[in-house]
Design a protein around this ligand. Sequence first.
Ligand code: NAD
Ligand code: UDP
Length: 313
Amino acid sequence: MRILITGGAGFLGSHLCRRLINDGNEVVCVDNFITSDEGNIRDLLNNPKFSVRTHDISESLLIDGELDWVMHFASPASPKDYLKYPIKTLKVGLLGTYNCLGICKAKKAKFFLASTSEIYGDPLVTPQPEEYWGNVNPIGPRSCYDEAKRAAEALTFAYYRQNGINVRVIRIFNTYGPYMRVDDGRVVSNFICHALTNQELTIYGNGLQTRSFCYVDDLIEGITKFMEVDYPGPLNLGTPFEFTVLELANKVITLTGSKSKIKFLPLPEDDPKQRRPDITKARAMLNWQPKISLEEGLNRTIKYFTIKVGKTV
Ligand code: NAD
Ligand code: UDP
């Protein structure tokens, strides 16, 4: 297959490019490198099955040749990044999704949307099933991301209903692993990089808020399985094992053998108190569930950042 991946140079996108090429496909990566650099895809640059277009997908894009899939992963994804780029985040969720769906319509390609657990906002139901409509502040600081993704889902389902585009929508829950940026600000990369350099680990709030951390290889496996199933979604992908941020900090300190102390900082506005996916549907439809434990995933990620931090700091 020939597959266009927007955001293909990012954390998840680069893993996806690598996986789909290894599976025998041709990948066209479209990225404007706003939250990434070429480093994540350097190993692919000489591969004849891989090409890169430096382009902002919020602007229209002409692509030569046929396409089987357009997979829309482009978007600032870390709170630190989307708080810095709120308008660009809204544009890539709205106009970027619209442009991708237009390409699908023209090329008779299938569309795959990387949506997010953030569409559930600060959930009042736990674990969160796909049927839950969420609890999102439409004008809060995180709304540029949450509402962009909610609109992206609405656009996707409008094209599905009106134009018969074959679509897949996944809601990704906190995923981590190699190829995250050292300074991307998300909790796993922050804690590991701070621990490796013996800086204080910064916990926002009292650390009792929860997240469910999925290792990237498990997520990518779920994505490729979902491509083979004829169901539009939305489908939750993530791990159902929930940890507090404080538990994560202590685990990272233990696994790195760090001397770092913990420092408590104010909780950012609208920071969700809990997040845990109900993956009953993904289990049944894809025969999939995450296999890699938090400890194993953290150890692999620590190995990656040990080299990164050694090189850059
Ligand atoms: P990332 O920031 O590492 O990657 C995003 C990529 O998109 C970067 O390469 C960036 O340069 C590119 N990009 C951003 N705006 C663009 C634009 N207008 N045009 C072209 N390229 C653009 O983030 P990630 O964690 O890899 O997230 C990838 C996707 O998955 C995002 O859509 C995000 O919302 C979604 N997601 C990720 C997680 C997670 O835990 N990692 C959770 C939920 C959803
Ligand atoms: N967090 C933290 N310290 C950090 C980074 C994040 O305590 O250095 C907290 C953050 O407030 C949130 C959780 O960790 O409660 C997950 O944050 P992240 O930015 O990884 O993603 P989110 O799930 O909020 O999108």
